[in-house]
Design a protein. Structure first.
Length: 323
């Protein structure tokens, strides 16, 4: 874990705190002795949520976690934001076909921003996606987070509602940040791997697990590329963005340039030999996405390289009994 050595006894709010990414943000804040207001949708007695209350004890920290249930359209986050210096918005929907998510995400973000301003919150950090960095005119030679933007309506037309939601929520957050005087930051990851803190496994889109278990059988190497980040490094990037006064705008949240699936499949075979590398496609291999990571580097978090991310993710799948 990254111990960010933030001033003692600060208080920060994490919305989506029982999620895969949000729970790691909570844990690292607690390790840094930051009190956490953990916002969840479900009842605080639900087994998918109640374990959050034990994170402070498990990490032997003097910091505390207080759970807040916020459910339903129009529900207020005011109580959870009270006394907090920062707010992390790390919530999402697991159903990629949920067509109403863009409007719901924007409404949530607008509510969080206005209530954050009323509560005196200084910075809001949002878990976005590299799906918001795909310009409709095509892939640039090297992506830059503050130059390349997706068209949300193109994403909506293609049924990519999660990426549409992230893109629109970013816009709403940045516009309201200027209006309300709140520093705003968006982290843009792609495939997030690593250990789940929740005792209830809830990662339906873990394509690595699907490949290795045989749930998804590849007849040929997908002619595409993918970028990765370990969830612990991504959480550290969120916290670094909150504690760096000059950090504003979008930051990638990836460990390196993307790898083509030909290379990903080769690494998976080396790490899990029972996985058979499928044949290459007949078409020429597409160029892997490249990122300008100079802005991300200013946050000071050194991310695990791709093969280490994959290796540690496979070990997590073994530990969880998936493999």
């Amino acid at each position: 874990l990254y111990n960010m050595s933030l001033p003692k006894r600060q208080r920060m709010c994490v919305i989506g705190s029982n999620g895969f990414i949000g729970s790691h943000i909570v844990q690292q804040l607690l390790v840094s002795e930051i009190d956490v207001h953990a916002v969840v949708r479900r009842s605080v007695d639900d087994e998918r949520v109640s374990w959050l209350g034990n994170l402070a004890r498990m990490n032997a920290t003097v910091a505390s976690t207080e759970l807040f249930q916020v459910t339903g359209a129009g529900a207020s986050y005011a109580a959870a934001l009270e006394g907090c210096e920062a707010c992390f918005v790390a919530c999402g929907i697991n159903d990629p076909a949920y067509a109403a998510w863009p409007e719901e995400m924007v409404a949530l973000m607008e509510r969080v921003m206005r209530e954050s301003a009323a509560a005196g919150v200084r910075v809001v950090v949002f878990t976005s996606s590299t799906g918001s960095t795909n310009p409709p005119e095509g892939e640039p030679e090297r992506k830059r987070e503050d130059e390349h933007f997706s068209d949300p309506e193109v994403l909506r037309e293609r049924g990519r509602f999660a990426s549409c939601a992230k893109t629109l929520a970013e816009r709403a957050m940045f516009a309201l940040g200027k209006e309300l005087g709140i520093r705003t930051v968006a982290l843009c990851p792609s495939a997030v791997m690593g250990p789940a803190l929740s005792p209830v496994r809830d990662q339906p889109h873990d394509f690595i697990a699907r490949f290795l278990t045989g749930e998804r059988v590849l007849t040929e190497v997908p002619n595409n590329s993918m970028s990765f980040v370990d969830v612990r490094d991504l959480a550290a990037l969120h916290i670094a963005a909150a504690r760096t006064p000059t950090a504003t705008g979008r930051f990638f949240g990836v460990c390196s340039d993307s790898a083509h699936f030909a290379d990903i499949c080769r690494m998976l075979h080396e790490l899990w030999p029972s996985f058979a590398v499928p044949p290459l496609p007949d078409a020429p291999l597409v160029r892997a996405t490249a990122f300008d990571l100079s802005k991300q580097a200013t946050l000071g978090v050194v991310c695990r390289p791709i093969k280490e991310v994959l290796s540690q993710h496979i070990q997590c799948l073994v530990n969880e009994g998936v493999l």
